[in-house]
Design a protein around this ligand. Structure first.
Ligand code: ZN
Ligand code: ZN
Length: 146
């Protein structure tokens, strides 16, 4: 479990000044993988007290740009954030409740998939979203059979 000094080191590592909101947001994203902005704001306020919505938005943008946080946005979902960066892992999303889980890169390194036609592009990333039902939703008894 990373500590406050680990987060401070991460911020310095990407040349970001260490501020309380930045440490708070980074810590919240580590604690709540794939959380949306509202959940992160809630977690930051619980742990650190008064931080404005705008401050959290700004910090998330700065952390994403710096590469400390990855922003994912499955179609039909709000943006989610996670601290697991740099490994090009993929996500499985529940169609029913929007739960998200990590799926490791299928061959261990980017870009995982070879395009049938790369159109001359130097491809360095493939983004895959697996869709389905999570265990809780797939075992739920449909109402009409009760
Ligand atoms: Zn579900
Ligand atoms: Zn993830």
């Amino acid at each position: 479990m990373p500590t406050t000094s680990d987060f401070e080191r991460m911020l310095r590592g990407v040349s970001l000044r260490v501020t309380r909101p930045r440490v708070a947001v980074l810590s919240a994203v580590h604690d709540h993988p794939h959380a949306d902005t509202d959940s992160i704001i809630g977690a930051v306020r619980t742990g650190f007290g008064g931080v404005s919505h705008q401050a959290v938005y700004d910090v998330l943008r700065a952390l994403t740009t710096a590469g400390l946080v990855r922003r994912i946005e499955p179609p039909g979902s709000v943006a989610r954030y996670e601290a697991r960066v740099g490994d090009n892992h993929h996500h499985v999303v529940c169609r029913s409740c929007s739960a998200i889980a990590d799926v490791d890169c299928t061959v261990g390194m980017k870009p995982c998939l070879t395009a049938s036609d790369d159109h001359g592009f130097a491809i360095d990333e493939a983004e895959v979203v697996y869709w389905g039902l999570c265990p809780a939703c797939s075992t739920a008894v449909p109402e009409h059979t009760v």
